[in-house]
Write a protein that binds this ligand. Sequence first.
Ligand code: PDD
Length: 287
Amino acid sequence: MTRTVYVNGEYLPETEAKVSIFDRGFLMADGVYEVTSVLGGKLIDFDGHAVRLQRSLDELEMRSPISKDDLLEVHRELVRANGIEEGMIYLQITRGAPDDRDFVFPDPDTTPSTIVLFTQNKPGLAASPAAQEGIKVISIEDVRWGRRDIKTVQLLYPSMGKMMAKKAGVDDAWLVEDGFVTEGTSNNAYIVKGNKIITRALSNDILHGITRAAVLRFAQEAQMEVEERNFTIEEAMQADEAFITSASTFVMPVVEIDGAQLGDGTPGRVAPRLRELYLEESMKTAI
Ligand code: PDD
């Protein structure tokens, strides 16, 4: 099926959408992105993603080519045009395409930012079988740059991490820096001890997950205890449960870390409950 995508103000068939070879996203990974999930044909937490996008742009002194209201309209139009019931919308904004390759940022008055959006159709995303079984992870060293709070398109290391996981016969990798877990390759990481949900506190070391914010809020509203602090892989291996969160996996139980099975090797009580809670609550405010 040919998708309808959005490029610099135009809706086009994916086969006709083009970006310059001088685009700084292509040459320098000079771009930011967002992934917003769609459930029941509606956008989950659009506002959260729009706010984080603006923050990423501001941190990189990059100009937005679109207003928030227009961005919402584009998201909605792509969902409609592509008949998306469950899936994701990918959005990327780069510092545009100057006349030539140059490390120095181009003048935003003469080089407008590039904007691209496309849909990813994922029927059955909410009822994912992986969520029933849980996923397995390995730990790898976190060698990414120091501004992981900015959602840039520099995804080579996360991509390599996924390949290391694949080669090890597991589903994903958790990144470890100075002995402590930072996050997953494309998700935030949590462990559960008794009734307590433990996850690293926000800083420049991790992406400030939109799903993370919602899940922690729902957990606290449901009287669950949340502790934002560092944890090691050793502590994680001894935990009762573990899980990850992201816009594309929601809440996904982790049942094995570096070959050590957690509990009885099936998703425990807390992660599946949080997934249920997240899907239920986030659908209520979907737009
Ligand atoms: N990844 N940490 C990293 C490094 C991420 O790349 C992501 C999201 C998250 C979770 O953030 P959120 O809850 O806002 O999706 C945490 C997206 C889904 C991706 O790259 O496809």
